[in-house]
Design a protein around this ligand. Structure first.
Ligand SMILES: [Zn+2]
Length: 369
């Protein structure tokens, strides 16, 4: 196995995006006077500790470090509304503020969000240039909730949307698939390509978690894009069995039928059992198994051209192990680092596919049959 199979994009400045304080996922002062405010839940620690584990485990030495760059304003304007971009820039130049729904930004956040988006662009370029076979952009702020004209759910710019538009504009690639396994619905990506038959968007998420009333299985796309969007809203409490069944019975057959030229992964790690705002049961070995299935299928379909972009994940303790397992499978390099929580998680009640979860997966399977 080549030591440069997998690229890693990491830029310290992504960690400087500061959203202030919050009470759980609610930004600002709603808890003031009632309960002590905490650092905002989408802080840098889970992602920084993930990066630290890549270093300490030795895996980083087997990855190709890809230099980041900020996205240009023109690249961001390929999708985002100019007034929204101006709002973020002006808030960021001052003391920060809210730029949509649950998306507080701090001083400098505009520049840090450009670095986050640009890191996903260079990851794509490295893969398409053949520098690496696949790549992981370990970025924040995340992107999959961002809408064209507002930030949502901690997401400032639509990192993956912009990356898809980038390959369209600069590389002549048309057929792209986005697989989103973040515990929340990938609403921004869905909306960007809802009428586009050449971008397949698939989101596996906890049913009606965030955004509320978004991500229904009946939302299949519109016009020419009808059929090129699929949501698999799994019941809360879903574990490894449900996720593997959704991937194996629905997502992978859909990818094979679609025949993409490259695949993006919206790599959230908030479907873990330890996530403070998701209610799913995955462990790092679940992510390993999901990644193995996806990597093998992308190898088979489009010469391994997979770009993973970090999305959510709020357990500082556990995101690092889920991320390590995912990149181990992408790179084919095992570090031997043991996840200490595996023994506790793998056999707990509910990990196996339950009938009410299978009913949802079967309904999704029938939609694509
Ligand atoms: Zn999420």
């Amino acid at each position: 196995m080549s030591s440069t199979r997998t690229g890693l994009v990491w830029d310290e400045r992504c960690m400087w995006h500061d959203s202030g304080t919050s009470t759980a996922a609610i930004p600002g002062g709603l808890g003031i006077g009632v309960v002590q405010p905490e650092p905002f839940i989408d802080g840098p620690e889970p992602k920084r500790r993930f990066h630290n584990l890549l270093q300490v485990s030795g895996l980083a030495a087997h990855l190709r470090a890809i230099p980041s760059r900020p996205a240009t304003e023109g690249e961001v304007l390929r999708w985002h509304d100019p007034d929204y971009v101006k709002l973020v820039r002006e808030a960021s130049a001052g003391r920060g503020g809210e730029v949509g729904e649950l998306t507080p930004v701090g001083p400098g956040s505009y520049d840090f969000a450009l670095v986050s988006a640009g890191s996903c662009l260079v990851a794509v370029e490295a893969v398409l240039d053949g520098v690496v076979r696949n790549a992981f952009a370990l970025v924040r702020p995340p992107g999959h909730h961002a809408e064209r004209d507002q930030g949502r759910g901690f997401c400032v710019f639509g990192n993956i949307v912009l990356a898809v538009l980038h390959v369209r504009a600069t590389r002549g690639i048309r057929r792209v698939a986005v697989v989103d396994w973040d515990v929340h619905h990938g609403n921004g990506t869905e909306h960007a390509f809802y009428g586009d038959p050449d971008v397949l968007t698939v989101s596996i998420h906890q049913d009606n978690l965030y955004p509320l009333f978004s991500g229904a299985m009946t939302d299949r796309g519109e016009g020419e894009g009808l059929g090129a969007n699929l949501n698999i809203p799994l019941p809360p409490g879903s574990g490894t069995g449900a996720y593997l069944a959704a991937m194996d019975r629905v997502v992978l057959p859909l990818l094979r039928a679609f025949q993409p030229e490259m695949v993006f992964l919206a790599a959230g790690f908030d479907a873990s059992a330890y996530d403070p705002i998701g209610r799913m049961l995955l462990g790092s070995e679940s992510y390993r198994a999901l990644a193995r299935l996806l990597v093998d299928t992308v190898d088979e379909l489009c010469e391994g051209r997979l770009v993973a972009c970090q999305e959510g994940g709020y357990s500082s303790m556990y995101v690092p192990f889920c991320g390590l397992a995912t990149i181990e499978e992408m790179s084919g390099v095992r570090t031997g680092v043991a996840d200490p929580m595996t023994l506790l998680l793998d056999e707990i009640g509910g990990q196996e596919l339950q009938p009410h979860q299978e009913a949802v997966i079967e309904a999704a399977r029938q939609l694509i049959a």
